[in-house]
Each structure stands twice: as structure tokens, then as C-alpha cells.
Design a protein around this ligand. Structure first.
Ligand SMILES: [Zn+2]
Ligand SMILES: [Zn+2]
Length: 309
């Protein structure tokens, strides 16, 4: 018997609703949580921890950078350390990798994470090996004494030699792009294209038009930022001021240029993070955003630790 038009429409609508329901049951929305927003290696004051950004894609944690404090911030954000699955290091300045080894150790000691894949520039495996060597006594003791697994088998490192796609799985495609952070040559930005959202993390970079191309039409761009008047105040207190100023100007991005990148990339939301200086509480949100707004008319979020976007 042929279905009537009404029966047919009813069946088609039910099917569409059911498939949408099935999709939303299977895939959790992509979340971005800033764990640490203070640029630079000095341990944070003024409420900002050192750099680290968390993405939860279909509820699986992807951590970009492990500045000092990353383990603690992950727990505060509600992610048990043994859930850690993917780590991405943008470059080997210590504000981005100081807690790489300790984080893996903390995940291990929390109990049986399945596997951690860590991506980053050349040096990832020697960093992991050196850390395990540093803690050899403790690790070997605990394996025998407490019947633990060997953490050295827990981690797989992937050294990114050239930019492009670095990881594809059922939930996301992750790509890397070289940014401008002299004198470091292997400094990467990462782009996460999930089913529901695309997110780009700039890493540390000076103004880089190629980053705008890489971040084209992304939903969220998390970009580093440096505020010149704040730098000048900071430099007045330091003996190595001249060299440090040269490094900062060559390797980081001023608000006006962050705005240019966001506008060229046509991103929906721009999130400022990796604040330099990140421990000067006298700089207001408006001061951070003011220069950016001159060139970018989209949504601007002045990042805070543990803020979810
Ligand atoms: Zn940095
Ligand atoms: Zn850096």
C-alpha cells in the first residue's frame, strides 16, 4: 500500500528528529577553557597562571601548552588528570613546557590513564626521556613497591617537523602553522576543526599575516597580546631592559596588530590571552581591548584564568 503524503511527511520528520537526537547524544559540544593566561616564565601573580589552554572536544581533553600550574588548573576546571589524552606544545619556551613532565607524572600517579599523545616541535621525546630520568628513583620505586604500571609506556611523543595536519580522529582534525617568534624557529599555532566548532590557538608570535590565513573563518581565535605602556613600566624595573625590550618587540603582538589578524582571518570571536605583562593588575580590560577594537569589529573577550568560551 502506498503511503499517503501525510504519512510520508510524518515519517520523514520523525527520521530527521531522531537522527538529530542521536547526533546530540553521541557528540558533546566543543568547549574552550583558558587555564593560564599570563605570558612569560615568572610565576603568576594577579590571578593569572602561566600559559595553558584546554579544549574539550566530545568531552576528551586536548591541552595546548603546559605552563607552571597546568595540573592544578586542569583539576580546578573539573578535569581529572587521568583523563588527559592529548598534549600540544606550541614551542619550547619554559612558560609553555615547564610542567610537561610533571603533568604526565601527575596523570600517572592519579591512576591509569589509557595513553597520552604529545605533539610539538623537535625535542619532545628528549624532554620526556630527561624528565623520566630525573624521577627515575621515584618511578622505579613505585612500580615495584606499589605495583604501578610503567609511566614511560604511557606517553607517545610526536615531533612536528613541518606544518600541516598533525592529527585526525573521529572528532577533530588538528593542524599546525609556523608563526613568528624569534629566535625560535619551530613555534607553532594550532587549529582544531571539530564537527561543531573551529578553534585556533596562536601560540607566541609577532604579527604574522600567515596566521590570519591559517585562522580563516574560525569560530574562535585565542591570540597572545602585549601592551606597550605596561611593558615600559615593567622594563624600568629591570637591569636587562634593553635586550628584553628588543626580544619582546620582535616576538610578540601589539593589540592593534592582534585586531588586524582577527579582521583578516574573519573570525567570529577573538579571545586575548598570554598577556604581557600578565601580572600588572593596574591594566584594565578596556586598555587591553582598546587597540584591538580599532581594527576588529567582531566579538572580543579579554581572557581570564578558568574562563570558558
Ligand atoms: Zn610565552
Ligand atoms: Zn615564547
Amino acid at each position: 500500500m502506498k503511503p499517503t503524503r501525510r504519512e510520508f511527511l510524518f515519517a520523514a520528520t520523525s527520521f530527521a528528529l531522531l537522527s538529530r537526537y542521536a547526533f546530540s547524544q553521541q557528540t558533546k559540544p566543543t568547549r574552550v577553557i583558558l587555564l593560564g593566561t599570563k605570558g612569560g616564565p615568572r610565576v603568576g601573580e594577579a590571578g593569572r597562571s602561566n600559559p595553558s589552554t584546554l579544549l574539550l572536544i566530545n568531552d576528551i581533553p586536548y591541552l595546548v601548552d603546559c605552563g607552571y600550574g597546568a595540573s592544578k588548573q586542569l583539576i580546578t576546571a573539573g578535569v581529572a588528570l587521568n583523563r588527559l589524552r592529548y598534549i600540544f606544545i606550541t614551542h619550547h619556551h619554559s612558560d609553555h613546557n615547564l610542567e610537561f613532565g610533571p603533568l604526565i607524572y601527575n596523570a600517572w600517579i592519579t591512576g591509569l590513564p589509557a595513553r597520552i599523545d604529545a605533539y610539538g616541535p623537535t625535542g619532545m621525546s628528549s624532554m620526556a626521556d630527561s624528565f623520566f630520568n630525573y624521577l627515575k628513583f621515584d618511578i622505579d620505586t613505585r612500580i615495584v613497591d606499589e605495583g604501578r604500571t610503567d609511566p614511560r609506556k604511557l606517553i607517545t611523543t610526536h615531533e612536528i617537523e613541518k606544518p600541516g595536519v598533525v592529527l585526525v580522529n573521529d572528532d577533530v582534525k588538528v593542524s599546525a602553522c609556523v608563526v613568528r617568534h624569534p629566535p625560535i624557529k619551530q613555534a607553532y599555532a594550532y587549529r582544531f576543526d571539530a564537527k561543531d566548532r573551529s578553534v585556533v590557538i596562536s601560540g607566541d608570535t609577532a604579527y604574522a599575516p600567515e596566521l590570519a590565513e591559517f585562522a580563516k573563518d574560525a569560530d574562535v581565535l585565542v591570540h597572545e597580546v602585549m601592551y606597550l605602556p605596561g611593558i615600559e613600566a615593567l622594563l624600568r624595573r629591570l637591569p636587562n631592559a634593553t635586550r628584553l625590550r628588543e626580544h619582546l618587540m620582535a616576538a610578540h603582538t601589539l593589540p592593534e596588530d592582534v585586531g588586524k589578524i582577527a579582521a583578516q582571518a574573519n573570525v567570529k570571536t577573538l579571545v586575548l590571552s598570554h598577556f604581557v605583562p600578565g601580572d600588572d593588575a593596574s591594566i584594565t580590560d578596556e586598555q587591553w581591548a582598546e587597540g584591538v577594537r580599532k581594527n576588529f569589529k567582531g566579538r572580543i573577550i579579554v581572557g581570564k584564568d578558568l574562563l570558558e568560551i
